[in-house]
Design a protein around this ligand. Structure first.
Ligand SMILES: [Zn+2]
Length: 176
């Protein structure tokens, strides 16, 4: 049937006069065809999965390329398999950043948030899983060394104090 303007208007009015017709029809059809409904739900789920995965891959590729300095690869070693690339907090403040946020701190949530925020510069860089682990170890090693140095300083100043007090006591002893 050719859909003329008059027909469209008539049909629109008819739908307005029978608001529950399609809802009831669909409900009835679903009740009569339980197997078809199950298959449709599964098909839709599979279709959505494919779409979501493609979308996630596109977002991740764009974000990794930006923070990889124009290449979708690790800035340290050049490794370029997207599956093993991650975003590194340049200043090693990842854990405190994650604590302050309820969403958008890891994985695709993080990549989407950064994209929405217009890819801010200076905070992140693209690293592969290996280089990320090595960088974390280097950071921990620096933290450990700094702690050892500060403890050694504490011990040294405590020993100086102790030495001075012994000297004072000895001096007093001499005078008497
Ligand atoms: Zn690397």
């Amino acid at each position: 049937m050719k859909r003329t303007k008059a027909w469209e208007e008539y049909y629109k009015k008819w739908k307005e006069d029978h608001p529950d017709y399609y809802r009831n029809y669909t409900k009835q059809w679903k009740a009569d065809h339980p197997d078809e409904v199950k298959i449709q739900v599964r098909k839709r789920w599979i279709k959505l999965q494919g779409g979501a995965q493609r979308r996630d891959t596109l977002i991740k590729t764009a974000v990794m390329t930006f923070y990889g300095g124009g290449e979708c690869a690790c800035v340290r070693c050049g490794f370029s398999d997207l599956r093993a690339l991650c975003l590194d907090h340049i200043r090693n403040n990842g854990s405190s950043d994650r604590k302050n946020r309820t969403t958008g701190s890891i994985g695709i949530g993080l990549y989407s948030r950064l994209q929405k925020e217009g890819l801010p510069r200076g905070e992140y860089q693209t690293l592969c899983a290996n280089c990320n682990t090595v960088k974390q170890q280097e950071h921990l090693e620096r933290v450990r060394l700094a702690k050892i140095l500060s403890l050694q300083k504490d011990i040294a100043s405590w020993e100086v104090k102790k030495f001075k007090s012994i000297k004072r006591k000895l001096g007093r002893h001499k005078r008497t």
